[in-house]
Write a protein that binds this ligand. Structure first.
Ligand code: GUN
Length: 289
């Protein structure tokens, strides 16, 4: 039976540390960090994520601004909002909740955020800096995943890491971060031949494909660290539903050494790392304003 990597507990401890640091930030800089979150439209999942982000900011004692825009907002209007937040010296981080409505180019919106306030780490200059091993803002989910792997105390250098999924937000940046820690990294995906065999070789297995319970116990190496990034809602025969990950927890937890649950694993860590990134941007750049 594996040890559970409790993302909720880890993230609670980290948020408490951040909360405890706020009075000294306030004393030294005259204010606390401020995160601006922009949400467009009424997507229930996005609304719920944004609520979690604002709640976490309040918990750690930083300021936040919530900008709610209608589904019909034009790209130009959204760009104007970003421009105004870019120029606002009291705002340290800007997050535009994705996805955006189809009439707005996500690329143009991300490109418009001042890189110094890009707390998601999605701006192409931040992505370039990450891949060049220059100072950068590391995207929140990959940063949370690394913290969870590190929390096991298992040394990463020399380990075989397999990431299933090649998204810009998770798969690719996690691969780079593991490479930086001297893991031997494979990025697997939907076209990978014999995925089960590739996964079975992993000392560290990161599942970020968005397919409910596709990684089963027979694809996991005994003792491996298994990080489940998936959040999938599946319907149950009685008409209700439940959240599951990309890993079949029941079978995988019998084989893995360490495993993250869903919910209560990567999800809370992502939000906590957003708080950490906002504080980092505040510390790195607020003097430049
Ligand atoms: N939508 C889903 N995940 C994310 C995220 O990490 N950042 C933003 N901005 N939007 C998201």
């Amino acid at each position: 039976m594996s040890q559970i990597i409790d993302g909720k507990l880890l993230s609670q401890n980290l948020k408490e540390e951040m909360r405890d640091s706020m009075p000294s930030l306030k004393e030294r800089y005259g204010r606390v960090p401020c995160l601006a979150v922009i949400i467009v439209g009424d997507n229930p999942a996005s609304r719920s994520y944004v609520r979690g982000k604002i709640k976490a900011a309040a918990f750690v004692g930083m300021d936040s601004r919530l900008v709610e825009l209608p589904e019909t907002v034009s790209e130009r209007e959204l760009l104007e909002v970003i421009d105004s937040l870019n120029g606002d010296c009291a705002v340290d981080g800007i997050l535009v909740q994705l996805p955006l409505p189809a009439h707005i180019s996500e690329d143009r919106i991300i490109d418009a955020i001042d890189i110094r306030k890009d707390v998601d780490g999605f701006h192409p200059q931040n992505v370039a800096n990450l891949w060049l091993s220059r100072p950068c803002t590391v995207p929140c989910t990959p940063k949370g995943i690394m913290a969870m792997i590190e929390s096991t105390g298992v040394p990463i250098p020399g380990k075989k890491a397999v990431i299933v999924g090649r998204s810009n937000i998770v798969g690719k940046p996690v691969a780079k971060l593991l490479l930086d820690r001297n893991a031997t990294v494979t990025i697997a995906h939907s076209r990978t031949a014999d995925l089960a065999q590739v996964c079975r070789e992993a000392d560290i297995l990161v599942a970020a494909v968005g397919r409910a319970e596709m990684i089963s116990g027979d694809m996991v190496k005994a003792g491996a660290i298994v990080i489940d990034v998936g959040i999938n809602r599946i319907a149950l025969p009685d008409g209700s539903s439940r959240l599951v990950g990309d890993v079949d927890f029941e079978s995988a937890s019998k084989v893995a050494g360490y495993i993250t649950p869903v919910p209560g694993g990567v999800g809370p860590m992502t939000i906590t790392m957003l708080m950490a990134n906002t504080i980092e941007c505040f510390l790195r750049f607020s003097g430049a304003c």
